[in-house]
Design a protein around this ligand. Structure first.
Ligand SMILES: *Cc1c(COP(=O)(O)O)cnc(C)c1O
Length: 233
């Protein structure tokens, strides 16, 4: 088994262990964040049974998606900032978008979905710590935004996503996760007819806290593929 396959297996075991320990029986999905990593590594992870991959940079990911089009069952999740002039490429190439941070992007994805392609699953990105430099809806905007997104064709609202400010301390890591989960509960209560089942939160550094607070998709890069090199970004 390659080292990537081993890390995938270990990470899956870890996720299951943390989920079980806190009494969860629902599935916590592993999203393998492969940004900056070569297609060959994604291929190895796929061989190890991984199907869902997260990418942040449009051009880089479109090249890899083309190169890996032979991999059956592979699923592409866009998790990075979207410039509106790149939304068409995202609509054409991705199954999921976690980082919908303004209505304009949801509308463009809706209009730009190619004929015959399944609707794009989307999450609204929430700026849960109200950081001035971070994108996303504020907590107070989420319910109204969700209402509009639900009305769009071509996109299917699945839930919320957050990237809280980093913290070393687990109790501190939990605070924003709790807040977004509470928001998710409000969203579900407002739209019981929708399939709102996704809370995308947690990375290598705060995975356990996120699972304990109800994450259904954790976005893990470094623990699977090693540290990233941004020198050519
Ligand atoms: C890069 C990235 C991740 C992965 O982070 P790691 O610390 O490498 O696990 C998760 N989510 C988003 C939005 C990212 O951009």
């Amino acid at each position: 088994m390659s080292s990537i396959e081993t890390r995938i297996q270990k990470t899956r075991e870890h996720i299951l262990e943390v989920a079980t320990k806190c009494g969860r029986s629902d599935e916590v999905q592993l999203l393998a964040v492969s940004k900056t990593k070569p297609a060959a590594m994604i291929r190895e992870a796929w061989t190890g049974g991984q199907r869902a991959f997260g990418e942040n940079y449009v051009q880089e990911s479109v090249d890899k998606i083309q190169e890996l089009s032979d991999l059956e069952g592979i699923e592409w999740h866009f998790i990075g900032p979207i410039q509106s002039n790149k939304s068409r490429l995202v609509a054409e190439n991705f199954n999921w978008v976690h980082s919908v941070d303004r209505l304009k992007i949801a509308r463009r994805l809706s209009e730009q979905l190619p004929d015959g392609k399944a609707p794009i699953n989307i999450c609204l990105q929430v700026n849960i710590d109200n950081e001035p430099t971070k994108s996303g809806f504020s907590a107070s905007e989420v319910l109204a935004a969700a209402q509009e997104v639900i009305a769009l064709k071509g996109v299917k609202l699945r839930g919320l996503m957050a990237i809280p400010a980093p913290s070393e301390n687990k109790a501190q890591q939990k605070r924003p996760f709790k807040a977004i989960r509470a928001l998710m509960d409000q969203l579900k209560a407002a739209h019981p007819e929708q399939q709102l089942d996704t809370l995308s939160m947690g990375t290598t550094a705060d995975l356990d806290a996120a699972i304990e607070e109800g994450a259904t998709i954790v976005r893990i890069g470094t623990a699977l593929f090693g540290a990233r090199d941004y020198s050519n970004k």
